[in-house]
Design a protein around this ligand. Structure first.
Ligand code: ATP
Length: 305
């Protein structure tokens, strides 16, 4: 029976500019994505019948919210497989098995990553042969972050995040991620953003020039200073203790600190391996932080293994 395994990274947003809410309820975004070395794996095995099933496995016992990853048709990986099947007219089903490492509801797009991985895995296992560009079209229908997770590396995201264009970038960066013990709903953070900005003139979002030139130069110090996230105030309003997490990392010598997307994961840019260890050590005893992970970026997008 044919099967395929895919490895897919988490994403971080080096900047996240958020514009005024649109009539369709989405916010225009201007972001620079980076794919980082924290991976889920998705295996697709072809079934004899037309059912699409999913199971989720994790070693992350400490993070109890793993229970909220649906093991039914609501799972984004299942939605991706169904969309590919509709698009190609294939009749087979698949058993999807997800090995989950990316934190759930952590602002690192774990669900979108699994959707991107399921597209690549099913395209291979079913032999549907869609090109990368064709998969990217389907990805955009599945969610804002899905096209980037096929792409990987660094990229500028526009629209509501789904239009991905290349960015000139150099260097490999050391990151430390501080995970919180409860996820934060992306929807709730955007609602808080709208509440805070009610009546205000929210400007159209832009990617800061300073961030693009730091990436072009591969300058970690300049990148640390240019990190930005327009959702910070909204996320801190819902989770004030995250301000302590950010402060602890900066005190330990991080070049920069921001929340990842809508949070609650906090990101710290380290100057080197030793600095990364120092930051991780300082955060590991912080009450506001449930788990600490050292990582590197950029890495490739969803790939067969
Ligand atoms: P983003 O950064 O894209 O805003 P996030 O990283 O904060 O998202 P996810 O981990 O993608 O959040 O999960 C958000 C919700 O999506 C979960 O609470 C869960 O109910 C649902 N979900 C559906 N499929 C998956 C999946 N395969 N993995 C994780 N969550 C999933």
């Amino acid at each position: 029976m044919s099967s395929a395994n895919v490895r897919v990274p988490a994403k971080i947003n080096l900047c996240l500019g958020v514009g005024p809410v649109r009539d369709d309820g989405y916010h225009p975004l201007a972001t620079v994505y980076q794919a980082v070395d924290l991976h889920d794996e998705v295996r697709a095995a072809v079934r004899d019948d037309d059912r699409i099933t999913v199971t989720v496995h994790t070693d992350l016992d400490a993070r109890s919210e793993i229970a909220v990853v649906p093991e039914d048709d609501d799972n984004l990986a299942v939605k991706a497989a169904r969309l590919l099947r509709e698009r190609t007219g294939v009749s087979a089903g698949a058993d999807l098995a997800i090995r989950k490492v990316i934190p759930v509801a952590g602002g690192m797009a774990g669900g979108s990553a699994d959707a991107a991985a399921a597209l690549v895995a099913c395209n291979d296992a079913w032999g549907t042969g869609l090109s990368r560009a064709e998969l990217e079209e389907l990805a955009a229908q599945l969610g804002s972050d899905v096209p980037f997770l096929l792409h990987g590396g660094n990229a500028i995201g526009g629209g509501r995040g789904e239009t991905v264009s290349p960015v000139l970038a150099r260097g490999s960066y050391h990151w430390v991620f501080a995970m919180a013990d409860h996820g934060l709903s992306t929807k709730a953070v955007f609602a808080e953003f709208d509440r805070i900005n009610a009546g205000a003139q929210v400007p159209d979002p832009v990617v800061p020039d300073a961030l693009l030139s730091a990436l072009r130069a591969g300058d970690a110090v300049a990148l640390g200073q240019a990190l930005s996230n327009d959702l910070t105030e909204a996320a801190l309003s819902l989770r004030p203790e995250l301000a302590d997490t950010l402060a602890i990392g900066i005190e330990a010598g991080a070049l920069g600190a921001i929340l990842s997307g809508s949070g609650p994961t906090a990101l710290f840019l380290a100057s080197d391996e030793q600095n990364s260890l120092d930051i991780a050590f300082a955060l590991s005893s912080a009450a506001s932080c449930a788990d600490v992970v050292q990582s590197r970026g950029p890495v490739a997008g969803a790939r067969l293994i």
